[in-house]
Ligand binder design. Structure first.
Ligand SMILES: [Zn+2]
Ligand SMILES: [Zn+2]
Length: 212
């Protein structure tokens, strides 16, 4: 099995977790033995999030989606954004807030759960008024946390450890863009994302009745 960043391997990773006996969990209760909290920070692409959510639904999995209100890449207030939120929920996902320091825009679209985008150590784990900070106890602990940042797992892809049930519980952070777009490196994957984004924007122009 090759540990590539693709939806095919994400599917294998979910299967490994199921074989390891894990159950899916959110941020509404302290993680107990066997809990697997799937967290997705959606930095660039709602389309990638939806593609990943379809895979989870097919596998009987569900997760927490952290969406940005201040992204330069997507607009949650657009019809596309509203439809994405509705579809993520329809597929069984929970929708929470991916905030840009120091602004928290929690409103009725989100559960009261916050993940900071690219946080500095000073505030990464600090309490957030009226909301759960995903990087604080009891949801965060370095031994119970893995992240796919820039297509680099600091401790290797966790699928084997999940299959063997090695984590007592785990918060697993993945970024949908990294998995949904093709590429053997982060640079290639980002260029695939840009190609898809360009095609989508051409469609938006058409929908705006722009002569192309
Ligand atoms: Zn793997
Ligand atoms: Zn982020």
């Amino acid at each position: 099995m090759s540990c590539e960043f693709s939806l095919a391997h994400y599917r294998e990773l979910l299967l490994a977790a199921q074989q390891g006996g894990y159950r899916f969990a959110g941020f509404d209760e302290a993680p107990g033995p066997g809990a697997l909290i799937l967290r997705h920070d959606v930095d660039l692409s709602l389309g990638a999030a939806l593609a990943m959510a379809e895979v989870e639904a097919e596998m009987g999995a569900w997760s927490s989606w952290f969406l940005m209100t201040r992204s330069v890449f997507y607009n949650l207030d657009s019809s596309e954004g509203e439809q994405a939120i509705a579809r993520l929920r329809e597929l069984g996902g929970r929708v929470a807030h991916h905030a840009v320091w120091p602004n928290i825009d929690l409103d009725e679209r989100f559960e009261a759960v916050v993940a900071w985008h690219n946080p500095d150590p000073e505030y990464m784990s600090a309490p957030v008024d009226g909301a759960v900070n995903v990087m604080s106890a009891p949801w965060f602990d370095p031994d119970h946390y893995r992240s796919d940042s820039n297509q680099r797992w600091r401790h290797g892809c966790p699928h084997e450890a999940l299959a063997r049930g090695e984590f007592e519980w785990l918060q697993l952070l993945t970024h949908p863009e990294i998995w949904a777009y093709a590429g053997a490196t982060m640079g290639e994957t980002m260029r695939s994302f840009l190609d898809a984004d360009r095609a989508a924007r051409l469609e938006h122009l058409r929908a705006d009745r722009i002569d192309l």
